[in-house]
Write a protein that binds this ligand. Structure first.
Ligand SMILES: CC(C)(COP(=O)(O)OP(=O)(O)OC[C@H]1O[C@@H](n2cnc3c(N)ncnc32)[C@H](O)[C@@H]1OP(=O)(O)O)[C@@H](O)C(=O)NCCC(=O)NCCS
Length: 195
């Protein structure tokens, strides 16, 4: 399933709506949703708070640095993600099951540490692992980055021990360029340029 590129390219769709994209007229019209074979990526809302907290932010195996926080910490993170979309016209989106609507986590493109680089990120609840879903949504995000957003480069930072995420990046055509310091840690920097 993870390598099912043909069905991905056929079934990835852009679905209506626009983000405000304040101050970035070149990004007006960016899709508010991405639909892939098994997933629907839609705008995050405050209604996602409890599911996100329970399934993502409370599980040390799912958070970026293995730490978990309070519901208020999750609320602040969620608000920051929604604000990024309001300000830039793109950002992290809710990852949901296309058929049932169940929230699996979040993923998207965002400015790394304020920019100008744009990074790809994906965080899925444990129940969604091992089904090729990160690869599937990653392909849709790469298409959006080099298509609609007209980016020339996308970066990713990943902890050296996070083999699963590195495998996803490799399958998406990213290559490892070295070790750098980001988000307070020594991380691997991976990049992919528009082909
Ligand atoms: C990393 C993560 C997104 C992977 O999601 P996923 O949907 O399970 O990944 P996929 O099923 O698309 O797998 C992609 C590849 O990685 C491999 N992989 C998956 N989990 C793995 C693991 N724990 N160890 C090693 N390889 C793994 C798969 O085998 C697959 O390769 P293959 O198709 O050649 O077999 C998911 O584990 C997760 O959300 N983890 C916590 C958050 C996180 O680490 N985010 C990334 C931060 S940089």
């Amino acid at each position: 399933m993870a390598g099912n590129d043909i069905s991905r390219s056929i079934q990835t769709q852009r679905v209506g709506g626009t983000f405000p994209a304040a101050g970035r007229p070149n990004l007006r019209g960016v899709s508010v949703e991405l639909v892939t074979e098994h997933l629907r990526l839609r705008a995050l809302t405050s209604d996602d708070l409890h599911d996100l907290h329970d399934r993502v932010f409370s599980d040390p195996d799912v958070t970026w640095d293995g730490t978990t926080g309070t519901l208020e910490d999750t609320r602040r993170s969620l608000e920051a993600k929604i604000r990024h979309v309001d300000e830039h016209g793109f950002g992290m989106m809710a990852v949901t099951d296309r058929r049932t609507g169940e929230l699996y986590g979040f993923a998207g493109l965002q400015h790394m540490e304020g920019g100008p680089d744009v990074e790809i990120g994906y965080y899925l609840a444990r129940r969604a692992w091992g089904r090729g879903l990160a690869t599937e949504l990653g392909h849709a995000l790469v298409d959006m980055a080099f298509g609609e957003l007209k980016l020339t480069r996308v970066v990713a930072v990943v902890r050296p021990e996070n083999t699963a995420s590195q495998n996803v990046l490799a399958k998406l055509g990213f290559r490892r360029v070295g070790v750098e310091h980001h988000y307070g840690a020594e991380v691997e920097l991976w990049t992919r340029s528009a082909s």
